[in-house]
Design a protein around this ligand. Structure first.
Ligand SMILES: C[S@@+](CC[C@H](N)C(=O)[O-])C[C@H]1O[C@@H](n2cnc3c(N)ncnc32)[C@H](O)[C@@H]1O
Length: 232
């Protein structure tokens, strides 16, 4: 086992397809693309979109664990996370999700859908144990690579080099990258954002900040969209 990813140190917590659609402004055409979800964890994005005929691969260090191990950890974490959400409920925007009770229902139902799909998804190689900033896929294997609640959010733990290398690796395997949110866990813009965009521009990529309809973390309603500049 990779010592950096001990089961009792991870906090599995997953969103659903509807939330991914809103966070990343995914159009009908986007949903038909070959999609790579980076750090999808126990979200039901892959399970739900696959059931609708989509082509999604998810990578995450937690896919090293068995369904039984993840089920146990999800149940433990749900109690801790919901306790914190209730205690600090005024820190969140109850717009897309209206209350802590609804949040618990939505999150648990997403994670149950993930767990129900997990074994089959592992066999079909839709869930793959891979760790950014290195991916095993060939160049441009995907149309779109997504990062929800991983890059930028953990900027206090993951440095600028990590962010740049992870995003460049996502751009190596996909035509376009979208990242949501741009805020850290402390509700400030990621300190890496401007520098990452500057270096991406030097390397010939255009990046746009796009406001989306999704907001749960205060001010966290924007995504970064990155692709190669066509005129270079
Ligand atoms: C807060 S969760 C977000 C889960 C999901 N994307 C969502 O929005 O519901 C962050 C995820 O990033 C994963 N992660 C942590 N380090 C990673 C790395 N180096 N490469 C890829 N994923 C990583 C974690 O295991 C976890 O599942």
């Amino acid at each position: 086992m990779n010592m950096n990813y001990k089961l009792n140190s991870i906090v599995p917590w997953g969103r659903n397809l509807e939330e991914y659609k809103t966070m990343f402004s995914l159009s009908k055409q986007d949903l038909q693309k070959k999609i790579l979800g980076c750090g999808d964890g126990p979200s039901s994005f892959n399970a739900e979109l696959t059931a609708l005929g989509g082509d999604v691969t998810s990578i995450d260090p937690i896919y090293e664990f068995t369904k039984e191990q993840l089920t146990k950890r999800i149940d433990e974490v749900a109690v801790e996370v919901m306790g914190m959400v209730r205690q600090y409920s005024s820190n969140f925007v109850w717009k897309n999700i209206k209350s802590p009770e609804e949040l618990e229902r939505v999150r648990m139902s997403a994670m149950r859908a993930f767990l129900a799909d997990y074994q089959q998804g592992l066999e079909q190689k839709r869930y793959r144990f891979e760790i950014l900033p290195n991916l095993s896929f060939e160049n441009k294997r995907f149309d779109l690579a997504l990062s929800s609640h991983f890059l930028f959010l953990y900027s206090e733990h993951l440095d600028f080099e990590f962010h740049l290398n992870a995003i460049l690796e996502m751009l190596r395997v996909a035509e376009e990258v979208r990242i949501f949110p741009l805020m850290t866990l402390n509700n400030i813009y990621s300190p890496h954002l401007d520098k990452v965009r500057e270096v991406l521009a030097e390397r010939g990529y255009k990046s746009e900040i796009i406001k989306t309809e999704y907001e749960f973390q205060q001010g966290g309603d924007e995504m970064l969209k990155v692709s190669l500049c066509k005129n270079i």
